[in-house]
Ligand binder design. Structure first.
Ligand SMILES: Nc1ncnc2c1ncn2[C@@H]1O[C@H](COP(=O)(O)OP(=O)(O)OP(=O)(O)O)[C@@H](O)[C@H]1O
Ligand SMILES: [Mg+2]
Ligand SMILES: [Zn+2]
Length: 594
């Protein structure tokens, strides 16, 4: 007799599966798709496609959406947040406090759980998660920090970026601090070139953290599109600040002892004399950043609490704008092209420091660059190395000045010459001579508006007849911040705005301006990036006559106006009407109307 079959065993009760424990075959999360649909982030067809792709590929809906390019990470994270009933947050590293992030959760812990601590206030720690349904180690965190917890949803990339950069920087800084404090030798060795050699591999282990810390700071500055990095030594600490779109932001605070090693490293890399600490020095660092060669211009200066270092970033991608991208209005652009189509004469760009003059000149040179054209630049210093130009750096120490470099250059048969700046009579004279002898010359002058350049040239001793026979035109320029693409909204002009623009009522009816509300993308400023505004003055027959007649800047200005010159302010107003920027920014850059 066959043994009786054992009674069928009941299948074990399915263990409760927390959503997050779901393996690769992640839940379909129909609610997520519903939310994305409701937010109009995806069309019904796209939702259906994602659903099918997820099922076929045995991947999560999120993954399918991203893979298929059906929704962005931000859209998904926003939908996830809405669906989980949590706030959504973009993580802006600039707003995060290094010590809060790295102090609350350990690096490995944060990475393991895909979370990051973003702020601490009133006994509450805010933690960003990318998957609100994943198990959240709330008890562990509470126990360790003694804080209440609040969760927000952020994208996985944002969280990973912070988890990577911040912990590495913190580790580098603290390791450097510990090592520097414990070893007396280090203070002596800071002046030793080998100690801080360029490669991390063959490095004295004591230097590696400093090297890494600087590396992180530089990478970070590039990611934030900073134009300058300031290291400002205070009594106890050194403040690190970034200039972004012309405005300074505090980003890090580093211990003094680490800064001393850091500034030695900066000086070493930039070819400065490490031992010299009492004199200002200049240097440059070449660096590979995201596959591009980027240059940092370093300047150090002794201050009461140590050497202040400023690193200016020259990113060829930003420096080399196309002529069409500079911000010239459609009305001025054709005139601008006429100027640079000439084969001889002189074109001047004017504006205060940082108004974009060099950028404009480089853009022109790039536009003119052809194999049969010999382009020579004389600069102080060379801001961006371009292989199509022959560039000479001014170095007064060895008697290479603008003036005598220009003299030498003229013997080398140039077609186009860029003189970084005309600031003395001798340079002015040579520049004008060059223009007179069949060369196209570009240079900059420090004047406020285009018409006063004529006076400036006269002050520099250029005679009237040489101005009239060589000057093609003058551009005055400024940079205005541009409304953030992520948070700018339309609004009817306010009464204050209308008053500032001093425009008649009917010119405003139906007009809508734009302004940024402020968001994480723009660091709550409402602006992101900058754009040039230009005053384009062509030296016409009438203007030449006025110069010959010894007319003053006022008269020249009036005549130029009559011939169609638009002021900087008018160029700015046009940008306000186009919704590119705001009245407030117009006022900041060009001053009040009256
Ligand atoms: N048209 C533009 N649009 C956006 N950003 C610009 C533009 N022109 C220049 N910039 C940025 O503004 C900063 C200053 O520009 P630039 O060095 O050309 O000014 P500058 O007038 O030559 O200054 P300086 O007087 O110090 O020589 C740079 O970071 C540059 O990338
Ligand atoms: Mg310049
Ligand atoms: Zn914004």
């Amino acid at each position: 007799m066959p043994p009786s079959a054992p009674p069928p065993r009941r299948p074990p009760a399915a263990p409760p599966t927390p959503a997050a424990a779901a393996p690769a075959s992640a839940p379909e999360r129909p609610e997520l798709l519903a939310t994305l649909l409701a937010q109009k982030a995806v069309t019904p067809e796209q939702a259906e496609r994602a659903r099918r792709a997820a099922r076929l590929g045995n991947v999560s809906v999120e993954h399918a959406l991203l893979q298929g390019g059906l929704a962005t990470e931000v859209q998904i994270a926003q939908a996830v947040a809405a669906h989980a009933g949590l706030p959504f947050a973009r993580l802006n590293p600039l707003d995060l406090d290094l010590d809060v992030v790295t102090g609350a959760l350990s690096g490995p812990f944060a990475r393991r759980h895909g979370i990051v601590a973003i702020s601490k206030a009133n006994g509450v720690l805010t933690v960003a998660v990318h998957d609100p349904w994943a198990p959240f180690p709330a008890d562990e965190i509470k126990q360790k920090t003694g804080l209440e917890l609040r969760r927000v949803v952020a994208t996985r990339s944002d969280i990973e970026a912070v988890n990577k950069g911040f912990y590495d920087l913190k580790t580098s800084l603290t390791t450097a601090q510990k090592q520097l404090e414990s070893s007396r030798v280090s203070n002596v060795d800071l002046g030793n070139q080998e100690f801080l050699s360029a490669s991390t591999d063959e490095l004295d282990p004591a230097a590696a953290p400093v090297v890494r810390a600087l590396d992180h700071m530089l990478t970070y500055a590039f990611e934030q599109r900073a134009s300058d990095i300031h290291f400002e030594p205070k009594r106890e600490l050194t403040l690190v600040r970034l200039r972004i779109d012309g405005v300074l932001h505090d980003v890090h605070v580093i211990p003094k002892i680490v800064y001393q090693a850091l500034v030695s490293r900066i000086k070493l890399l930039s070819g400065c004399n490490i031992a010299e600490k009492r004199r200002p020095q200049d240097g440059r660092i070449k660096r590979e950043q995201g596959g591009r060669e980027v240059e940092l211009r370093v300047s150090t200066m002794p201050t009461a609490f140590g050497e202040k270092a400023v690193l200016r970033i020259f990113d060829p991608d930003i420096l080399l704008k196309g002529v069409d991208e500079l911000g010239l209005s459609p009305r001025d652009l054709p005139r601008f092209y006429e100027f640079i189509a000439r084969t001889d004469g002189i074109l001047l760009v004017t504006g205060p420091t940082g108004s974009g003059k060099t950028t404009t000149l480089y853009s022109i040179l790039k536009y003119l660059s052809r194999p049969e054209v010999n382009i020579v630049t004389i600069e102080d210093p060379i801001e961006m190395v371009h292989e199509d130009f022959n560039q000479v750096a001014v170095r007064p120490q060895i008697d290479v000045t603008f003036a005598n470099a220009l003299r030498t250059v003229l013997r080398q048969d140039p077609d186009v010459i860029m003189v970084g700046e005309i600031r003395d009579a001798e340079t002015a004279e040579h520049a004008v001579q060059a223009a007179l002898t069949g060369h196209l010359v570009f240079s900059t002058l420090h004047t406020n508006d285009a018409p006063s350049s004529v006076n400036r040239l006269l002050d520099l001793g250029v005679p009237h007849f040489l101005i009239t026979s060589t000057l093609i035109g003058v551009l005055a320029q400024r940079l205005m911040r541009v409304n953030c693409a992520h948070c700018s909204e339309q609004h009817a002009p306010t009464r204050e705005e209308a008053a500032e623009l001093a425009l008649p009522e009917d010119a405003m009816t139906g007009v809508l301006f734009r302004a940024g509300r402020g968001c994480l993308e723009c660091r709550q400023t409402g602006y992101s990036g900058r754009d040039g505004i230009y005053e384009v003055m062509a030296m016409t027959e009438r203007l030449r006559q006025l110069v010959t007649d010894r007319a003053g800047a006022n008269e020249i200005h009036k005549a130029a106006r009559a011939e169609g010159l638009r002021t900087l302010r008018e160029a700015g107003v046009e940008k306000v009407f186009r919704g590119t920027t705001t009245v407030a920014e117009l006022v900041r850059v060009t001053g009040r109307a009256h």
